[in-house]
Design a protein around this ligand. Structure first.
Ligand code: GCU
Length: 609
């Protein structure tokens, strides 16, 4: 840090030194890495997993990042330093420290970290003999919440947001042996963050999803969007983005459909693609996935159209009712942040058992295994960014953060047929700044992906004691209305639903995006005793009666598939920091209400004679 003495010209000297520092930073790209848009589809590429045990240091005071003056230190833990002599003072040592499994949250790996919110440093050593004419990237499936990433002591960059992927190019920094990747992960909640201070889910911290190295050719297929053009069922359109200095041509092949076309990339490396194709359409009844080659990248892609017409939701041109359930990314049976294919198979397996053809992934983008499993199983998905409750609407950095999380969510899953709805918010209080913020997100989502529906989980109000109205001004900008209501739990007793009617000022389809109540599995009593399975069962019986009478209802997603952890739920012997609104307990036991919903969904799925 450059220091000057003469006060009078302090400002000018300070400005000069600042310019020098910035110039140094900018001019030294040879050692600096570059954050790029997430690389599309890591499954279809040459990757090396860095999952497993990582060394870790718990650093509540961030003394591995800041000096005692709370200034960023040049010799932080990212240097992974070792004393070179008996006199040298080094006050940390990764290799003598504990370890954490990656992927995984730290809260459920150690009792000491169960409630911990703060910084944990991760370190992974690896060797990598890079081949000629190849490039190398380090890819993170997610890190909750704020990550600072270093390789061999050099800062690669940082990422904000706990549920979306990010990657850095390390081609110039990696060495054949002795690489050390260090990540500072901080899950402290902040008022200006997304989500903000208050949520109803556990703030699981850490490298919660897989970390891998991706090796690519010098010019490679960085990203692509290959879907049916909106409103058609036989025209594939989209684009391919090449990264490298020799963009040229890109080949798109769908061998099973006899498609083998080449497209020319423009100066930015982007090739627009557009061609007729006679394809079997993806649907819950027949989730057809095609092997698609985009250059040398193989993917499994389903083709379907999704649109609305008045209050109808049309899948492949035909009206559909979304028999859904909400789901948190809570690992079944073991608890903690779910991250594996097995977790996804178990959770979506229960949704299938319910008779669901739709799942609302709450309240943040879930891991890619869940999305791809839904693609395979034929389950339609609602995917959402954590713009939840009282976000700091007038803070430009908060808006930028939310936009970025929306971009990354859409970037990762834009080729997944299962994803039909992007949601920009959940239960956000009415105000002009909020509307401006959310309209911005809606138009951002439409600019990134014109092919899917946009929604949000809104709230309703009474226009009289028995009439519920959905007229949130945000509804005007959405394709599908989402509404959360808790008649029978937060709002009266279960039978209240019998006398309620629903209205909306919009000629649009409604998805009841949340309803339900808590029950502890195995806790029994009469249907008016809260926390019992019988009370929850009664809520569902009365809810279903009410829902059947709503003329513009086109989907339901009760809250929630499985009990999940929440710091807002301490009731001893009942909640014990679990939200008990699941139809399945966290140990996989099905509650009585599970069968009430299952019966209704089976009826709905049975075509009228
Ligand atoms: C809200 C909210 C959920 C929450 C649920 C509940 O509607 O969207 O995140 O968990 O209600 O209170 O159980």
């Amino acid at each position: 840090m450059l220091v000057s003495v003469e006060r009078s010209s302090f400002a000018s000297k300070y400005m000069k030194s600042l310019i020098v520092v910035i110039a140094l930073l900018v001019l030294a790209p040879s050692v600096q890495a570059q954050q790029l848009d997430p690389i599309q589809n890591t499954e279809g590429r040459k990757t090396i997993s860095l999952d497993g045990e990582w060394k870790m240091i718990v650093d509540p005071y961030e003394s591995g990042f800041y000096d005692y003056r709370y200034q960023p230190s040049a010799n932080g833990y990212f240097k992974n330093a070792k004393p070179k002599s008996k006199t040298e003072l080094i006050e940390y040592d990764f290799d003598k420290s504990g370890s954490l499994k990656v992927p995984g949250d730290w809260n459920t790996q150690s009792d000491q970290l169960f409630f911990y919110e703060g910084t944990v440093w991760y370190k992974k050593s690896f060797d990598y003999a890079r081949r000629e004419n190849t490039r190398l990237f380090v890819y993170f499936g997610a890190a909750n919440y704020f990550a600072d990433v270093y390789l061999n002591g050099e800062k690669l960059g940082q990422h904000e947001g706990g549920f979306t992927p990010f990657n850095f190019e390390i081609t110039k920094l990696v060495r054949d042996t002795g690489n050390f990747l260090v990540v500072k992960v901080d899950n402290k909640r902040r008022r200006d963050a997304v989500p903000t201070l208050m949520t109803d889910w556990w703030n699981y911290g850490g490298l919660t999803r897989s970390v891998k190295l991706i090796e690519t050719p010098a010019t490679f297929v960085h990203d692509y969007f290959v879907q049916l053009r909106k409103g058609t069922r036989n025209r594939v359109s989209g684009w391919v983005k090449l990264n490298g200095d020799k963009p040229g041509q890109v080949r798109v092949r769908i061998p099973e459909a006899g498609i083998d076309r080449s497209f020319t990339a423009d100066a930015n490396g982007v090739a627009a693609i557009d061609f007729d194709a006679d394809l079997k359409l993806w649907s819950p009844e027949d989730p057809k996935l095609y092997e698609v080659w985009i250059g040398d990248v193989r993917d499994q892609i389903g083709f379907r159209s999704i649109e609305t017409r008045g209050t109808e939701i049309l899948l492949n041109g035909r009206p559909i009712f979304l028999r859904g359930i909400c789901m948190h990314e809570e690992a079944p049976l073991r608890g903690g942040r779910a991250h594996s294919r097995e977790d996804a198979q178990m959770l979506l397996g229960w949704a299938r058992e319910l008779g669901a053809n739709f799942v609302r992934l709450a309240h943040y983008p879930h891991n890619e295994f869940t999305i791809r499993e839904a693609d395979r199983l034929g389950i339609l998905l609602w995917s959402e960014i954590p713009v939840y409750w009282t976000i700091l609407w007038e803070n430009p950095a908060t808006l930028e953060n939310a936009r970025n999380q929306l971009s990354e969510m859409i970037a990762r899953d834009r080729n997944r047929a299962a994803v039909v709805i992007w949601s920009v918010a959940n239960e956000t209080p009415l105000s002009e700044p909020r509307l401006t913020f959310l309209k911005n997100l809606v138009s951002h989502a439409r600019s990134l992906d014109p092919s899917r529906l946009i929604s949000a989980a809104m709230e309703r109000h009474y226009t009289d004691p028995v009439t519920q109205m959905i007229d949130d001004p945000l509804g005007e900008f959405l394709d599908v209305l989402g509404c959360n209501e808790y008649v029978g739990w937060y709002d009266g007793l279960p039978a209240k639903a019998d006398r309620l009617a629903w209205k909306t000022k919009y000629d649009k389809p409604l998805i009841m995006s949340e309803f339900g109540g808590d029950a502890l599995y195995g806790h029994h009593g009469d249907s008016l005793t809260r926390w019992t399975e019988e009370y929850q069962e009664s809520i569902y019986e009365h809810q279903i009666g009410m829902l059947k009478k709503i003329p513009f209802l086109r989907g339901t997603a009760p809250w929630i598939l499985m009990d999940f952890r929440s710091p807002r739920r301490p009731l001893p012997g009942i909640q014990d920091y679990w939200n008990r609104k699941g139809l399945v307990s966290n140990r996989g036991e099905k509650k009585k209400a599970f069968y009430v919903l299952q019966r209704w969904y089976r009826d709905l799925a049975t075509p009228p004679r």
